[in-house]
Design a protein around this ligand. Structure first.
Ligand code: FES
Ligand SMILES: [Fe+2]
Length: 410
């Protein structure tokens, strides 16, 4: 599985985060690394330990074109090449020992406010330019959560329509004590396509003319859930930990156009409260509760799958097939993009696209959202707990909910 995942780019940090920190520890696909931004503006992702005598590069010194180990001053470019070894360069310059030293390094690219890493064989494919990344006039934010379980059970949740009814609708009612249950699912369909798996559904309150059926939702290959205005990645930290990364887009109201975001804010939400209990108040937190509840690595031998799980069966088969393909060296696996022209805008099925792209007042977007049963553009971040006040303020100003000079949010 790791070999397959290494054929894809993975978002691992926010651009603004590494811009501010300079150096950030990163654990990705079971490897300990450091991300850094050189003074010349380029990003790097290299081995956490220095190849000299294993000092921690997190304590490194940022240079014009790389990161210098603070123990004995060896300096490394983002390519991993050693550029300088201060004492060796003086003591034995002719040996050019530095030319023989290279630390482990992976390519990094910035896109949609996130830094992406590619940890597989060269040549690297392109970072997918999913259509929503091309939209304008949007307030974007990057939201993280550290999830202590394997990524794959998180991703299986991306192709699991019935959990919306129970976990997000009915369980929320139970937790709030209001006793009402939501409309039940009557029919499901699952399809595989070039970039993942789509599920479609009919509930008691919807029919086959509804976008829930005509468009559906996408489990985006290999490890994301695609919903148009937001994409959630389940990024494998190692076998027992996942970094949840959400890219969120809010179309600003017509009177706030043109809107250009200089810096895309980021934040990490908690998964447990101060008493150490799992947080269940928001949709993403409920999902996290489900994922970790399945065990650190869910034991599939003890499952009993039904018709609602057909999408998960399809996904598992696709992973099997693609792992075999990579093992056999038979070319690119599913959804690898190498065509730059095609990658200018990779379209995916999007429900309620007008809500995210059309020029409307705030009230119009909310009204249309309510009509479409997609609650949108509220003052609070709806999906995950813990949005910092500063990000909330930035969002509310961008959306015209509070004036530019407001010190308090609503
Ligand atoms: S351990 Fe890094 S320079 Fe010596
Ligand atoms: Fe969910």
């Amino acid at each position: 599985m790791g070999e397959l995942l290494r054929r894809y780019w993975h978002p691992f940090a926010a651009v603004a985060e590494v811009d501010e920190l300079g150096i950030k520890p990163v654990r990705l696909l079971g490897e300990n690394l450091v991300a850094f931004k050189s003074k010349n503006g380029s990003y790097g992702l290299i081995d956490r330990q220095c190849p000299h005598r294993r000092a921690d590069m997190l304590n490194g010194i940022i240079e014009d074109d790389g990161l210098r180990c603070s123990y004995h001053g060896w300096c490394f470019a983002s390519s991993g090449q050693c550029l300088e070894q201060p004492f060796e360069d003086i003591a034995n310059p002719k040996a050019r020992f530095k030319d023989k030293i290279r630390t482990k390094a992976y390519p990094v690219e910035a896109k949609a406010g996130m830094l992406w890493a590619y940890m597989g064989p060269q040549p690297a494919p392109l970072v997918p330019n999913w259509e929503p990344f091309t939209w304008s006039n949007g307030f974007q934010q990057i939201v993280f959560a550290d999830v202590p379980c394997n990524w794959f059970q998180c991703q299986e949740n991306s192709c699991d329509p019935v959990h919306f009814e129970w976990m997000h609708r009915n369980w929320t009612s139970v937790l709030k004590g209001d006793g009402s249950y939501g409309p039940t699912h009557l029919e499901l369909a699952f399809e595989e396509f070039e970039f993942g798996h789509i599920y479609k559904r009919v509930r008691e309150d919807t029919d086959k003319d509804n976008p829930h059926w005509t468009v559906g939702a996408t489990a985006l290959w290999p490890n994301a859930f695609f919903l148009g205005d937001h994409i959630e990645w389940r990024v494998p930290v190692d076998d027992e930990n996942t970094l949840s990364v959400t890219w969120m887009f809010h179309r600003v109201p017509a009177d706030r156009e043109p809107f250009v975001q200089e810096r895309i804010p980021y934040w990490t939400g908690p998964v447990k409260d101060e008493k150490g209990e799992w947080i269940t108040s928001h949709v993403m937190n409920q999902d996290i509760v489900a994922w970790v509840g399945q065990g650190t690595i869910a034991d599939r031998t003890q499952e009993h799958l039904g018709k609602s799980d057909w999408g998960i069966v399809m996904m598992r088969r696709s992973f099997e097939a693609n792992m075999k393909l990579v093992e056999a060296g038979e070319g690119d696996p599913k959804a690898v993009i190498r065509d730059a022209e095609f990658n200018k805008c990779v379209e995916l099925p999007i429900k309620h696209k007008e809500l995210f792209t059309a020029s409307m007042t705030l009230e119009e977007s909310r009204r249309l959202g309510d009509t479409l049963q997609y609650r949108i553009n509220r003052p609070d971040y709806q999906h995950q707990v813990g949005q910092p006040e500063a990000v909330k303020r930035e969002y509310q100003i961008a959306m015209g909910m509070i004036p530019e000079d407001a010190t308090e949010t609503i």
